[in-house]
Design a protein around this ligand. Sequence first.
Ligand SMILES: NC(=O)C1=CN([C@@H]2O[C@H](COP(=O)(O)OP(=O)(O)OC[C@H]3O[C@@H](n4cnc5c(N)ncnc54)[C@H](O)[C@@H]3O)[C@@H](O)[C@H]2O)C=CC1
Ligand SMILES: O=C(O)C1=N[C@H](C(=O)O)C[C@H](O)C1
Length: 236
Amino acid sequence: MKILLIGHGKMGKAIEAYAIQRGHSIVAIIDVQDSISSILTEQADVAIEFTHPDSAFENIKFCLENNLPILSGTTGWLEKMPEIEKICEENKGTFLYASNFSIGVNLFFKVNKFLAKIMEPHTQYAPSMVEVHHIHKKDAPSGTAITLAEGIIEQNKHITGWKNDKTSESSQMPIISERIGEIPGTHKITYKSEVDQISIEHEAYSREGFVQGAVLVAEWLPSQKGIVKIDDFLKL
Ligand SMILES: NC(=O)C1=CN([C@@H]2O[C@H](COP(=O)(O)OP(=O)(O)OC[C@H]3O[C@@H](n4cnc5c(N)ncnc54)[C@H](O)[C@@H]3O)[C@@H](O)[C@H]2O)C=CC1
Ligand SMILES: O=C(O)C1=N[C@H](C(=O)O)C[C@H](O)C1
């Protein structure tokens, strides 16, 4: 498969190495100094985008308008998702966003929803979340934390939103973001009562899970149409 790689930072470099190991070729690499408009998209089968919250929208738009299936793992730009969905539909394109490409985290999303559902009647337990990442991370809370919070809001009518602080409103779930050293990504959800607590946690040991998931999804994506979900790929 021929891959256009957009973003050549920590994720882009690791994806390049893993894709080559799986027998793919990288036909072009675009980073901040390059102009994506000079790229001949017909030379690639798929684009993989891991850049910056400020640049994801334009990169995705360009690929959709030029008939190139694209997956993006960039977080922190989701307010523009409705616009991307419209562009994807107008251009009959293919697009997949996942806040986290690791299989383990996508299983954890399901466990999170199940726990939120069974906790709903037990309002003496207040949910909260802590997400811990490396000090270079640009956005807070993490995209994964937002997906987890949305899963809880969907399943539990007492939780109507989230706040990125230690909030005192019981309907707003606090998400605490910590930035420490080179931690790849840890997410922990705790339901706390006056007498006990229940916690679930996912800890990435490295970026390998995100990288492998992104390349496997990229291999499958050109056979799909429209806005595609990672759940479809994982058959979850
Ligand atoms: N969905 C997932 O599984 C994962 C998502 N991420 C997300 O992916 C994004 C990138 O993460 P990292 O690689 O760790 O960051 P990084 O900072 O190491 O790399 C980002 C790269 O994008 C480049 N860039 C900036 N603006 C650009 C533009 N306009 N066009 C092309 N390239 C541009 C930067 O120069 C840099 O090389 C972040 O939003 C992060 O949260 C990271 C890990 C896993
Ligand atoms: O920036 C990162 O590193 C990560 N970003 C994603 C997020 O915001 O959830 C996924 C993973 O946690 C690593």
